[in-house]
Design a protein. Structure first.
Length: 343
């Protein structure tokens, strides 16, 4: 059976809830380390292992690294962005000069390349800004608003900017990984095989060679370099969130199909993720389109599927896993039936 991953978070922090999720068919979970570390997540990890032990499961624990993804800085409180609002974009030094201005902190590497008319996507594209000026200060107008939380993702449309493949926080988490029972590592925004080679060197230095390395393909650069990535990855992650930010959304299904075909031809396992059961964050049942999406991911050859916010912060984490696992099982039955019929 395909691997079925949830994501750890406050909605499933209790061992009793996690136990029910394992009983519904969950095989492992992702822990997002973009904003925190393994030490800070110790209680969540303890509940995870405790629940798995109760039901006799040897679970997979995936850590999703910080990696080269660009993010905004800290916010004292969540920022309400309304359509038409003007905000200032600044680095930390500029922020200190005038703390009264409604400001979003962005990395200097982004600030230095901004041009008037650039579009900026925040929080996986849920919010959008357009740059209105860059001198004397960078400013932007809100095109699509929402509530902006600290450390959310940032992308300038049409421009490639990235940070280091492995951050200091990543190194610390790799050093601790074995002790916390980590079995796999998800490297974000992989754009070439050398990035994964560096990850493997870090793992080897910490006697963690047996930890699987998953390569998240999240932009067109990663797609272009997929042939250099395949040999270094244990699994390819078709991460449709940021991948969908890097192209017109209507091109995303074709990109998924391309990556699927490449992985199948190379015999490389792949995982599909992002909004697989997004409606279940607030509802106890999915849409027809969502279960069809899961079904087709499996019949197209996916070795694993994953949900994120659905179990991390959603209202129905157990029901999410139930629908995910049952749909996967039905898809696998269809594949088996087709194979038997074609003999």
């Amino acid at each position: 059976m395909a691997e079925i991953f949830g994501t750890l978070g406050p909605a499933c922090a209790q061992a009793d809830v996690l136990e029910q999720m394992f009983l519904e068919g969950m095989t492992g979970m992702r822990l997002n380390l973009s904003h925190s570390g393994l030490k800070a997540s110790e209680s969540l990890i303890h509940s995870f292992h405790q629940a798995a032990q109760r039901v006799g499961v040897r679970p997979e624990l995936l850590i999703d690294m910080q990696g080269p993804e660009l993010r905004i800085g800290d916010l004292m409180i969540p920022l309400q962005l309304r359509e038409g609002d003007e905000i200032v974009l600044a680095n930390r030094e500029e922020k200190k000069k005038d703390a009264k201005i409604q400001t979003v902190l962005i990395p200097e590497s982004v600030l230095s390349i901004l041009e008037t008319g650039d579009f900026i996507l925040l929080d996986d594209g849920s919010m959008e800004l357009v740059v209105t000026s860059v001198q004397p200060k960078a400013a932007a107008k809100v095109v699509r608003g929402g509530i902006l939380q600290k450390r959310k993702s940032l992308k300038v449309v049409g421009k490639t900017i990235s940070g280091p493949a492995i951050t200091d926080q990543d190194r610390e988490n790799i050093c601790l990984a074995k002790g916390y029972g980590v079995t796999a590592l998800m490297q974000p925004f992989v754009t070439n095989g050398m990035q994964l080679s560096e990850v493997r060197r870090q793992l080897a230095q910490n006697h963690a060679d047996d930890i699987r390395v998953f390569a998240k393909i999240e932009n067109r650069d990663g797609m272009k370099q997929i042939q250099t990535i395949l040999p270094e990855a244990d699994m390819i992650v078709i991460a449709r969130g940021d991948l969908g930010n890097d192209m017109p959304l209507w091109q995303l299904p074709a990109a998924q199909k391309t990556l699927t075909d490449i992985c199948r031809k190379a015999g490389k396992p792949f995982l599909v993720v992002t909004q697989m059961l997004a409606s279940m964050v607030n509802n106890p049942y999915p849409t027809r389109a969502e279960v069809s999406d899961i079904f087709h991911a499996i019949t197209d050859g996916a070795s694993a599927v994953m949900v994120t916010n659905e179990t991390a912060v959603g209202n129905y984490p157990v029901e999410v896993i139930r629908y995910l696992a049952k749909t996967v099982l039905e898809a696998e039955r269809a594949v088996h039936t087709e194979a038997e019929t074609s003999r």
